[in-house]
Design a protein. Structure first.
Length: 187
């Protein structure tokens, strides 16, 4: 006896700021930000986005004509752009999945990821929220008495053959050989 199954496909709701903000717990798990923190970052993000769009096209070419709004635009609003890039950075999903979540194709997602990542970096730089990347800068910040958050990560690596290098890479916490990454974030 052969049984036939009917497949029910569902249409995924396009992720936008307006859809996500209705559920704060989902918003936090999706972007890594509470609504109030998101709104604070958005003020800087919007300024940097407007600055970029006034000078360059989406493709990064020098703008000849003033920007205009198209009916078939990819994002409903600027908040949705910030949600898009925060979602990508927090979840680190494939561009194909990212595109499906936000109602676009993979090449569009690729262009928007690279563009919005640079705009977000400029916005974080404007808020003095970029992580400290070197020891000298960290030492200067600590001497000034600023608050600092330390974020550490360990990633597994193959066991080194040299005994001295093994001691450097061994992690008692993970009981394995790991590379240690530290980020210092100024508040």
């Amino acid at each position: 006896m052969i049984k036939l199954f009917s497949l029910h496909f569902f249409i995924m709701q396009r992720q936008t700021y307006q859809n996500l903000k209705r559920n704060e717990a989902q918003f936090l798990s999706t972007t890594g930000f509470s609504l109030s923190c998101f709104d604070g970052l958005f003020l800087y993000f919007e300024v940097q986005r407007d600055k970029y769009i006034s000078r360059y096209t989406i493709a990064g070419k020098e703008r000849i004509r003033p920007p205009r709004v198209y009916r078939n635009k990819v994002f409903e609003d600027t908040q949705s752009m910030l949600v898009f890039i925060l979602y990508y950075l927090k979840n680190n999903c494939l561009q194909e999945s990212q595109a499906a979540m936000f109602g676009m194709n993979q090449p569009q997602a690729n262009v928007w990821i690279h563009l919005l990542k640079s705009i977000l970096l400029n916005a974080l730089n404007a808020t003095n929220s970029l992580p400290c990347r070197d020891f000298e800068t960290l030492q200067k910040i600590l001497q000034e008495g600023q608050d600092v958050f330390i974020d550490g990560t360990e990633r597994s690596v193959p066991r080194p053959s040299d005994e001295e290098v093994q001691k450097e890479y061994y992690s008692g916490k993970k009981n394995a050989y790991c590379e240690k990454y530290s980020h210092y974030i100024v508040d």
